[in-house]
Design a protein around this ligand. Structure first.
Ligand code: TXA
Ligand code: MG
Length: 313
């Protein structure tokens, strides 16, 4: 059985991992929580490759990993809540959801088209060294196929992903073993996912109780979903012809205002999806989308389009 490249925990290994990330390859990296399946967060094709490798049926937003607070602050609008939690727990097993800066070069697929982004400064020395050597944002979910248990050793990564990942930076077992706690820090702090930092510790750092919230919770304002990007305009799916006044999103041979992938490549289509939806939505016209095949990444694309097309009130 062929296996991903195993990179040693030294300078040549780290340099090779950074080089692969720059080339748009997927690299599994150790963090203190679990192994992450990393890609350059600015490279939409590489990020689409994460979803392909995981076999996820939908596009969950990903966590962006950066080496320190200063690097994070270049990408997000910082808040007082973020300051309190970051000063107590970074680097460490805490992820903060914050407003994404409009001028950021993060691929829209990373945040699944949302105006917020999840950011984390991992404490693992190898993750730290790789992030510094790479010098950019690394998007990384846990390095396992969808529905399988989270990987805490390089062997777990190999068993789950095989050669879907180009290389694994070998850091041995992960010390924490559960994913990071995720806190929405855009306001007064609410817990989106319990994880490596106990709730009590988070509350102590904040000086008040945490609101506990499920990230999939529905609507905070009309037409605005918390965890799913929804266009303001109506969306018509599986259109085989265009109607007057529509902003059109094509796939394959269909001639349209924007085409997700003229060659019919679903990875390219995934990479373009959220950026193109935003662009069409900005025209203020109703959006029509041609049929997208349901195999491979097409399942996640159709899932997201179906949500975008769902009636809202
Ligand atoms: O410990 C960890 O957090 C690991 C290591 C690799 O860092 N990563 C990880 O990523 O667990 P993942 O993809 O399994 O979890 C990301 C979760 C999403 O499923 C979603 O619930 C939440 O983070 N998330 C990301 N961006 C968000 C956003 N803008 N708003 C709300 N939730 C978000
Ligand atoms: Mg996971």
């Amino acid at each position: 059985m062929s296996q991903p490249l195993r990179l040693s925990a030294d300078q040549p290994g780290i340099a090779r991992a950074a080089h692969l990330l720059r080339q748009g390859a997927l690299v599994a990296l150790p963090t203190e929580t679990v192994y992450g399946l990393g890609a350059d967060a600015r490279n939409a094709r590489a990020v689409a490759g994460i979803f392909e490798a995981k076999g996820r049926p939908s596009f969950n937003p990903l966590i962006v990993h950066l080496p320190d607070v200063d690097a994070v602050r270049a990408y997000v609008h910082w808040t007082q809540t973020a300051e309190m939690l970051a000063s107590a727990f970074w680097p460490g097993a805490l992820t903060l959801v914050l407003p994404l800066r409009a001028d950021s070069d993060i691929a829209p697929l990373v945040s699944a088209g949302l105006p917020t982004v999840a950011v984390r400064v991992p404490a693992h020395p190898l993750a730290q060294q790789l992030l510094r050597e790479f010098g950019g944002p690394v998007a990384a979910p846990s390095a396992n196929r969808s529905g399988q248990i989270s990987p805490t050793t390089p062997e777990h990564v190999t068993q789950s992903l095989g050669t879907r990942v180009a290389a694994i930076l070998d850091g041995g077992p992960c010390p924490v073993g559960v994913e990071s706690s995720i806190v929405d820090a855009t306001g007064t702090a609410s817990l989106l996912r319990p994880g490596g930092i106990p709730v009590e510790a988070l509350e102590q750092a904040l000086g008040h109780p945490l609101e506990i919230r499920d990230g999939s919770e529905a609507i905070s304002a009309p037409g605005q979903l918390r965890s799913h990007y929804a266009p303001a305009a109506s969306v018509r799916l599986n259109a085989t012809e265009w109607r007057d006044g529509e902003a059109t999103l094509g796939f394959g041979k269909m001639v349209a205002d924007l085409n997700l992938s003229p060659s019919g490549d679903l990875t390219e289509a995934a990479a373009n999806l959220f950026g193109y939806l935003h662009a069409l939505d900005a025209t203020g016209q109703p959006i029509a989308v041609s049929p997208i095949p349901v195999h491979g990444l097409g399942a996640a694309i159709n899932d997201r389009l179906t949500r975008a097309a769902a009636p809202r009130d």
